[in-house]
Design a protein around this ligand. Structure first.
Ligand SMILES: C[S@@+](CC[C@H](N)C(=O)[O-])C[C@H]1O[C@@H](n2cnc3c(N)ncnc32)[C@H](O)[C@@H]1O
Length: 252
C-alpha cells in the first residue's frame, strides 16, 4: 500500500475502494463530524483520497485541509470539490520523515491506518498528531475485524436458509475465511486486492490511547451488505457490516 499502489488505483478508486462517507447507512460519521465542528473551525482530512468526505467537512467547517500523498487522487479530489472555496488541497506524505505542521482543531482519518505494515501505520499517526491542537479532536475510522467474522456467520445463515446443508455452508465460509484472513493475531485480511489491517474494538481504542489521546466515544459506522456479500438477500438487515469510528481528544 505504498504511493505507487494508491496512484495506480486512482482510475478504479470508486469501484474498488469502499468509501465509508458514501456508503454509511446509519449516519454516525456525519453526526460525529457535526458534533466535532462545535469545537473549532479548521479540519484536516488526512488521507482524503478522491474526497468523499469533503462536501460534509466543507459544510461544517470554515477551513478544510484535504491532505493526501497521491497526486493522482488529490487531483481527482480537486476536480470534484475544488469549486468549494474553503477547501485547500495539500500533498503530504504522512508516512515520511516530516510531520504535517499546519494546525487544525479537528483531524479526520478515514480508513487510512490500514497498511499491513505496523511501522507505516505508526508513522502516519505520529506525523498527523502534532497538527491537531491541544484539546482538539481526532475522528478515526478503521475496518472492524469483528464485522468480518459477523459476515462469515451471516453467510452460513443465508445459505442454510436457502437449503444448503449446514456442514457445507460452514465449509464454504471457512474456505473464504482461509483465503482472506492472513493473520488473526495481526488482523491482516485481504479485502479486495490488498492485505489490509483490520482492528478489534479494544485494539482500535489502544491505538489512540497509547498515543495519549482520550477516547470520547466509539461508534459503528454501518454499510450495506452488498459491499461484503455478492447478491446479498434483500431481507438481510441489522446488524450490518461496520467500520469502527473513534472520537478521541488530544491531551491539553
Ligand atoms: C482507503 S483510502 C481512504 C480515502 C478517504 N479517506 C475515504 O474514506 O474515502 C486511503 C487513502 O489514504 C491515503 N494515504 C495512504 N497512505 C498515506 C500517506 N503515507 N500519506 C498520505 N496519504 C496516504 C491514500 O492515498 C488514500 O487516498
Amino acid at each position: 500500500m505504498n504511493l505507487a499502489y494508491w496512484d495506480a488505483l486512482a482510475d478504479r478508486f470508486d469501484d474498488e475502494v469502499l468509501s465509508i462517507a458514501d456508503s454509511e447507512i446509519n449516519g454516525k460519521l456525519r453526526s460525529a463530524i457535526r458534533r466535532a465542528s462545535r469545537i473549532g473551525s479548521c479540519v484536516g482530512d488526512f488521507g482524503c483520497g478522491t474526497g468523499a468526505l469533503l462536501p460534509t467537512l466543507s459544510e461544517n467547517f470554515s477551513n478544510v485541509l484535504a491532505i493526501d500523498f497521491s497526486s493522482d487522487l488529490l487531483r481527482l479530489a480537486e476536480e470534484r470539490h475544488g469549486t468549494r472555496s474553503n477547501i485547500q488541497f495539500v500533498r503530504h506524505n504522512l508516512s515520511g520523515t516530516r510531520p504535517f505542521l499546519k494546525f487544525v482543531d479537528v483531524g479526520v482519518c478515514a480508513n487510512v491506518l490500514i497498511d499491513p505494515r505496523t511501522h507505516i501505520r505508526e508513522r502516519i499517526l505520529r506525523n498527523m498528531l502534532p497538527s491537531i491542537r491541544e484539546g482538539g479532536l481526532l475522528l478515526v475510522v478503521v475496518p472492524a475485524f469483528e464485522s468480518l467474522l459477523h459476515t462469515y456467520r451471516t453467510l452460513v445463515r443465508c445459505n442454510v436458509r436457502i437449503g444448503v446443508r449446514r456442514a457445507t455452508a460452514v465449509r464454504e465460509a471457512t474456505d473464504l475465511y482461509e483465503s482472506e484472513v492472513q493473520s488473526v493475531v495481526e488482523g491482516i485480511v485481504t479485502l479486495g486486492t490488498a492485505p489490509t489491517k483490520t482492528y478489534m474494538y479494544d485494539e482500535a481504542r489502544h491505538l489512540l490511547e497509547d498515543s495519549g489521546l482520550e477516547i470520547v466515544r466509539v461508534d459503528r459506522v454501518e454499510y450495506p451488505w452488498d459491499e461484503m456479500i455478492e447478491n446479498a438477500p434483500s431481507e438481510l438487515g441489522s446488524p450490518y457490516p461496520w467500520d469502527w469510528l473513534l472520537t478521541a481528544r488530544m491531551p491539553e
